[in-house]
Design a protein around this ligand. Structure first.
Ligand code: GLV
Ligand code: MG
Length: 347
């Protein structure tokens, strides 16, 4: 459960219920599909529900990757899927068009009355500051009240502009609807004028090189020793996201990894994000659902070790030695995080 927070002053008529306790629901893989693409849409019923091996979250994407001429088709496709599908325990999200686009108003004014009772989370791209979240929050409150919805929609922001990164704390705290943040590495790279052309992942040129041996005159001798270590382009931004989200009790996510065939590098990026505190990532192809489900679940060994430390520490204070390592109050807290996640995922 996330900590309780007050909802904005509710509207008088058909006011949405205040958000109080939001139960944690697994969201390891946020699987993107285009609801206007018949082939992709036809797969949705087989991806939801218990025992489907599907993603924790199915997200109908209306923004980038949907051609301008298909925006209405995709929006209507999402309405049709939302109405026809029983999602069971699978979460149903959408990514709306950006707030400076000509499509976003129709996205919200169509989706909330038509399928607002089915949708869990609205992902908002290219969020620049708290004002963007306030706008969406108020519009949602009005549309929910008009539609008589009782469950408030949650909001997820994509961090994909330099200004958004600079305003990250205020974005996370802008509304009690805030559910989480995703890294948007492709748009963020463009906005920052980084010199990459990829969607997430690393770059072979972003590296440090092991210090060279030097000859008697002090000249580096690289031929003998050219070991390089590739660095993570996204470490700084993910670390900022994790801190801002933890401070506000919401969830951080890696975002997209565009090289579908490179499952090894995808797993590495997802794992780094998991170790730093992220709870999930986007999946752009079914193969990435499996990767995210594996990476964002703590291993059996880690959970067993965590339980052992908790048991050995009794009331959680003091210090014990386990396998030659000192464990104390702070390591118990880390172990509790691990066990709590395992229990949430098993529930
Ligand atoms: C995602 O939307 C990205 O820009 O990476
Ligand atoms: Mg983007």
């Amino acid at each position: 459960m996330r900590p309780a927070r007050d909802f904005f002053a509710p509207l008088a008529v058909g006011a949405p219920a205040p958000l109080r306790e939001i139960p944690a629901r697994p969201s390891r893989a946020i699987h993107f599909f285009d609801p206007g693409n018949e082939k992709m849409a036809a797969k949705v019923p087989d991806m939801v529900g218990p025992g489907s091996n599907g993603p924790d979250v199915l997200l109908g994407n209306l923004e980038d990757a949907v051609k301008a001429e298909n925006k209405e088709k995709s929006r209507q496709g999402l309405v049709d899927i939302g109405r026809a599908t029983d999602f069971g325990p699978t979460q149903f999200w959408t990514r709306i068009n950006s707030l400076d686009s000509p499509w976003v108003l129709d996205d919200l004014t169509t989706l909330v009355p038509e399928i607002g009772d089915k949708l869990d989370v609205i992902m908002v791209p290219k969020v620049q500051g708290a004002e963007d979240i306030h706008y969406v929050d108020r519009l949602l409150a009005q549309l929910e009240a008009k539609a008589g919805l009782t469950k408030p929609l949650q909001v997820h922001a994509i961090l994909e502009t330099a200004r958004g990164v600079a305003n990250i704390e205020e974005i996370c705290g802008a509304s009690p609807r805030m559910q989480g943040l995703s890294l948007g590495p492709a748009d963020l790279a463009a906005d920052r004028r980084m010199k990459t052309t990829r969607v997430g992942g690393g770059h072979p040129g972003y590296l440090v090189r092991q210090d060279p041996v030097r000859d008697d005159l002090g000249v580096p001798q690289y031929d003998a020793q050219r070991t390089t270590y590739q660095q993570d382009l996204w470490h700084y931004t993910i670390a900022r996201m994790v801190d801002a989200c933890a401070m506000h009790g919401i969830y951080p996510y890696y975002g997209p990894f565009g090289d579908i065939k490179d499952t090894v590098a995808c797993e590495d990026q997802f794992r780094n994000a998991f170790l730093l505190g992220c709870v999930g990532a986007w999946s752009l192809h079914p193969v990435q659902i499996k990767i995210a489900n594996k990476v964002f679940s703590p291993s059996v060994e880690d959970v067993a070790h965590a339980r052992r430390v908790i048991a050995a520490m009794g009331d959680g204070t003091g210090a014990v030695m386990i396998d030659g390592k000192m464990e104390d109050d702070a390591s118990v807290k880390q172990c509790q995080v691990m066990v709590a996640l395992a229990e949430e995922l098993a529930a």
